[in-house]
Each structure stands twice: as structure tokens, then as C-alpha cells.
Design a protein around this ligand. Structure first.
Ligand SMILES: NC(=O)C1=CN([C@@H]2O[C@H](COP(=O)(O)OP(=O)(O)OC[C@H]3O[C@@H](n4cnc5c(N)ncnc54)[C@H](OP(=O)(O)O)[C@@H]3O)[C@@H](O)[C@H]2O)C=CC1
Ligand SMILES: [Mg+2]
Length: 304
């Protein structure tokens, strides 16, 4: 993926690097596209993702190898040399990006993927056309207008007031645990979705819940993550893991969670070959929920 900044007259472009985003002017991007045998009109596929403090409009363009050049690794390394950066999987980049860049890249990823998957009108079957900003697609044949969609998702950190419940899906990186998450069903409120998801995934009945914060999340498609803290009553802590949804789940103490929170990214194996458990990066709202819980528990244990 590559991003660029558009000023009223001058354009600059960004590309993913290992630790930062690089910027290029429009003329430079045109040169790069030409050099790699690409049609410079591909710039029209870019989407508006934000604007700088100096009121420069920022656009993003997908330069991933699948969309731009053949998958041969020579092209990839040539492009990395040309751009003086490195392609990196977006999820891995989350451990290195700051909050502002993460938000820009999440928007870019979500919008670019949405356009890629909504090329045709569901009513007429005809091709749809992107507007300049990329905020919608229009079908000239049926006049249908399509706007980018987001799915509402609840994410809940359940606590029994002394421990918190963390779980892992088999698709998570080895050793990583997170809070419980799930898509809201049509017709559900946020509160109903939290209660249903917690009951479905670990068989617990939530007795109180408190909203914390929200986050846009672009994996695998655009979601609006709504994060909550929930508690279960004493004597209501027996977990029944739904093995179709989760690999495992368990209660963790304040000390265990506080230690895991200090680990930055996947830790190395212990001497016996096991991996100490670790938590999602700061860019994920799960991290915030867990951090908030640690803060609250620490201050109440200091008061005790
Ligand atoms: N930012 C963060 O901190 C975190 C974000 N997440 C995100 O939360 C999201 C939900 O978590 P997850 O546990 O997977 O959700 P669920 O527990 O709801 O399980 C996923 C299943 O829900 C069904 N489903 C219902 N509606 C949708 C929809 N709109 N899109 C896709 N699947 C749907 C699918 O089932 P079927 O196959 O039967 O159709 C899918 O396999 C994920 O996108 C995940 O990346 C998760 C944890 C942390
Ligand atoms: Mg889930």
C-alpha cells in the first residue's frame, strides 16, 4: 500500500516502510508507476483518508504487489530499493506504528478493500464508479449509491472483580490472548450483543457492563469496535469454552496481566520451549481495555 498527500497544487506520496511512512510528490509517483510498467491513471484509484495540520489532503493508493506488479520477488525487491522502504504485513506493522499513522493506515486499508470488493452494482449488475474522494460508488445505470460499510463489533473484558478473562482463537499468533469479541446481530443493542457473545463464547452471564471506548478496525473488513468492561457475580465464574469459536479461555490475575502488558510484541520462548502469554499491541482496543483494568485493579489494591 502506498499513501500520498495532496496539496492544492503539489502532491506528495507515502509508502509503508518498516517503521514510518515515506512521502512522495505526485510527479514522483507517476515516475515510479511508469518505471514499473504501470498505467499512471491508477492514481485515480486513490482514496481520501484525512488531512494534515497544514490542511493538505491525504490520499492512499494500493501499491501492494498483487494490484500493481507481478508477484515475482525481483519486482518486490526492486520496488523496495526504489522506494527506500520495505513492504510489511499490516498486522505486524501495528507493533511499530504510532497512533496517528495507525489511524490513517486503518482508514486506507478499509476504504481500499471496500472499493476492491464493490466494483459492481447489486441491482443492475453493471460496473460502479468511484467518486474522486472514494467516499462512495455510484452505478450510472441504476443510480444506486453505495457507501463504505462497517460492521458493529463488541469487545468485552470480563472480570470477576479480582481476575480478568482472556481468550485465544486458534488463528491468533502463538501465545497471544485477548478480550472476547463478536459481531453484533441485526436488531441487537450493544448491551444485548455483549451479553450474548459472552454467554456464547464462555458460558458466563454478565451482571454489569460499562462502556469504555470505540475503534475503527480494518481486519478482515471494516468494523466499528465498541469496547466494554463487564463483571460476573461471585460463584458465576465457571467457564465453558465454545471450542468452535475459541481455542482456550481462562482467568488471569492482576500480577500475570500486568507482567504480560509490559511485553512488547511476541516474546521469545522460555527455556522449556513454552511461550509466555502476551497481549495485543497498543493499536488494538483490546490493549486499552486490559490496560484500564490493570489501572483500576492496581489503584483499588493500593487503597485496600
Ligand atoms: N481491535 C481489537 O482489539 C480486536 C479486534 N477483533 C476483531 O473483532 C472482530 C470480531 O471478532 P470474532 O471473535 O472473530 O467475531 P465472532 O465471535 O462474532 O465470530 C466470527 C463469526 O461471526 C460470524 N459473523 C457474523 N457477522 C459477521 C460479519 N459482519 N462479518 C464477519 N463474520 C460475521 C461469522 O460466522 P460464520 O462463519 O458462521 O458466518 C464469523 O466466523 C474480528 O474482525 C476481529 O478481527 C477481535 C479481538 C480484538
Ligand atoms: Mg468471537
Amino acid at each position: 500500500m502506498m499513501m500520498y498527500v495532496e496539496k492544492p497544487r503539489v502532491q506528495e506520496y507515502f509508502t509503508f516502510s518498516i517503521a514510518w511512512l515515506l512521502s512522495f510528490r505526485a510527479s514522483e509517483l507517476e515516475r515510479i508507476l511508469s518505471k514499473f510498467g504501470q498505467d499512471t491513471r491508477k492514481i485515480e484509484r486513490s482514496v481520501l483518508i484525512g488531512c494534515s495540520d497544514r490542511r493538505e489532503a491525504w490520499f492512499a493508493l494500493d501499491l501492494s504487489l498483487g494490484s500493481l506488479c507481478s508477484s515475482d520477488s525481483l519486482q518486490k525487491s526492486e520496488m523496495e530499493t526504489e522506494l527506500q522502504g520495505s513492504f510489511i504485513q499490516l498486522r505486524k506493522a501495528l507493533f511499530q506504528l504510532n497512533e496517528k499513522d495507525t489511524s490513517l493506515i486503518f482508514t486506507a486499508q478499509a476504504l481500499l478493500r471496500w472499493h476492491e470488493c464493490h466494483q459492481f452494482c447489486g441491482k443492475s449488475g453493471q460496473p460502479t464508479q468511484k467518486n474522486v474522494a472514494g467516499s462512495k460508488r455510484i452505478c450510472p445505470s441504476s443510480n444506486m449509491i453505495y457507501y463504505p460499510q462497517m460492521s458493529p463489533v463488541v469487545i468485552t473484558l470480563v472480570s470477576d472483580r479480582t481476575r480478568c478473562l482472556l481468550a485465544r482463537q486458534s488463528s491468533f499468533p502463538k501465545g497471544m490472548y485477548s478480550a472476547l469479541a463478536g459481531f453484533c446481530d441485526v436488531g441487537e443493542t450493544l448491551e444485548e450483543a455483549v451479553r450474548r457473545e459472552v454467554a456464547e463464547e464462555v458460558g458466563l452471564e454478565v451482571d454489569s457492563l460499562q462502556y469504555s471506548a470505540s475503534q475503527h478496525w480494518p481486519f478482515p473488513n471494516s468494523s466499528l469496535m465498541m469496547a466494554c468492561h463487564a463483571t460476573v457475580g461471585p460463584g458465576q465464574t465457571e467457564i465453558h469454552v465454545n471450542s468452535q469459536e475459541l481455542e482456550t479461555a481462562g482467568w488471569f490475575s492482576l500480577e500475570e496481566v500486568a507482567t504480560a502488558l509490559k511485553r512488547k510484541g511476541p516474546p521469545s520462548n522460555e527455556q522449556d520451549g513454552t511461550i509466555p502469554f502476551w497481549l495485543p499491541p497498543k493499536a488494538a482496543i483490546a490493549h486499552r481495555l486490559i490496560w484500564e483494568w490493570v489501572q483500576k485493579q492496581s489503584s483499588s489494591s493500593n487503597l485496600a
